[in-house]
Ligand binder design. Sequence first.
Ligand code: ADP
Length: 582
Amino acid sequence: MANALEPSARALLKRLWHDHLAGHRRRIAIALACTLGVAATTALYPIVIQQSFDRYTEGRHDWLWLVPIVIVAVTSLKAAAQFGQAVAIQSVVLRVIEGLQNSLFRALTRADLATVAREAPARHAARFTTDAALIREALTKSISAVADALTLVGLVISMVWLDWQMSLVGGLLYPIAVLPILKLGKRIRRASGGMQERVGEAAATLTESFGAARVVRAYRLEGAEEARAAGLFARLRDSLYGIARTRASLDPMLESLGGLAVAAVLVFVGWRVSSGTGTVGEFTGFVAALLIASRPARALGSLNAALQEGLAGLARVYAVIDEKRRIVDAPDAVALPPGHGRIAFAGVGFTYDGVPDAALTGLTFAAEPGQTVALVGPSGGGKSTAIALVPRLYDPTEGWVLIDGVDTRSVTLASLRDAIAYVGQEATIFDDTAFANIGCGRPGATRAEVEEAARAAAAHDFIAALPDGYDTPLGPGGSRLSGGQRQRVSLARALLRNPRILLLDEATSALDAENEALVQQALARLRAGRTTLVIAHRLATVRDADRIVVMDRGRAVEQGDHAALMEQDGLYARLVRTQTFG
Ligand code: ADP
């Protein structure tokens, strides 16, 4: 069957073997040994039957008591081998899947932001479950197929031993079965791609819909959402039905071929019995072998279908793993040299992939060490894009971003990102303890250092008051904390990092007065002595900034401090008057 695979499939399997299977040679050997046991004991059945029948019909009563003992022994052996085989196969297969999941996750967490952002998170997540399930099924069937093939070989040997002429009749039917099986396999592989696409689409839509639970109710969008979901489920059903239909034709086809084989053999048997050659035991044993053979033969027949689906899944997984990263260390990258965090944008232009208009054009400004530079301007002006270029979430398509005089593309990503802390509008809290949530700002930080950072961010008191203090899990998304508390935890994380550069996307939604005051104090501490680029939404932040860069349609249209820009009476003055900083 391997020869029937296309070169691409062979390459996939070769890679799977090399990357994920070869390490489990011992387990595979155990599985194969058990498999051999199953095959051998199954092949013994027809012979045991023939021997018993012939003894009975010939009226030989010597050793007759041995028959039930042999039968029990053979079946027990087979049962034990079957158990060992099933367990050993799953222990290999599940480890392979685990390995693939780890590789896939690693690839995705290290992929360029642009690559990850291309698809909804739920779609990425679906690959870990649905594709993994397909691959698991195909692998299980493939390894079991070795067992089935061996069993068949054993049975064929028994059949030939029992009656070689009858075996010939059965054997002639075999090639007729192979062609349609291969054809169906190809069709299933193609259909599987569509199915996977639909599953990902469904997962993405559902996550989105449940995430928007509030808005759905407030705007009474239930009906519209139901209709959207219904369309989705219908498409999912369609593609699953397509696969099911292709698959459904396989078993009946194999069944009728099996019937044909049995019928042909029986015709032959009738002729032989009437002509008086052969014993009853031989016939019974032969027919038993033929019937026993039908299960492994059918399993082998449907192997190709499962294999094709698994290969399709494997191809999708490898496609993600192989996605080329563009944001990588230059071959001669060095660590970011020490400095005080001067940031300079020099003629920076940037265009998102697949978007005709540039998001940034000729952006030039500098933030001196310790200064705070506020980016303001209408929404869509390019502020977030500019900030994203500093830690190289994207690389500029033109110009340079320099930190302490060196091009960010010439230093190692690790040293660059270690020098930067980012605090977003929404505080990001992981489903882990308070200690871990702050400690991840600087891996290896001690308990005392974490506490010190939490104190500086005005987060210590409420964390200490949690049931297990710093060891209290904060719940998914930090659901145990209030909005202001979440922000203070994320500020503590940034403080602990002690970066030379701080990137800040100021929260637009106002907190209650007390929380706001605490957050502002923590922020002031965080900003002290560091260079800060802030996407500013509050007038106070802008007014205090050392320099304001007013951005509109990807360009810096005005620069200066508050007083100077008010003087100019341009876009900035207008934004101040309307209190809209984007
Ligand atoms: P601001 O932060 O000032 O609101 P952004 O930097 O978010 O502005 O956006 C600048 C421009 O780039 C906008 O036209 C926006 O539509 C576009 N843009 C932002 N992010 C992406 C993205 N991931 N893919 C494509 N276009 C984007």
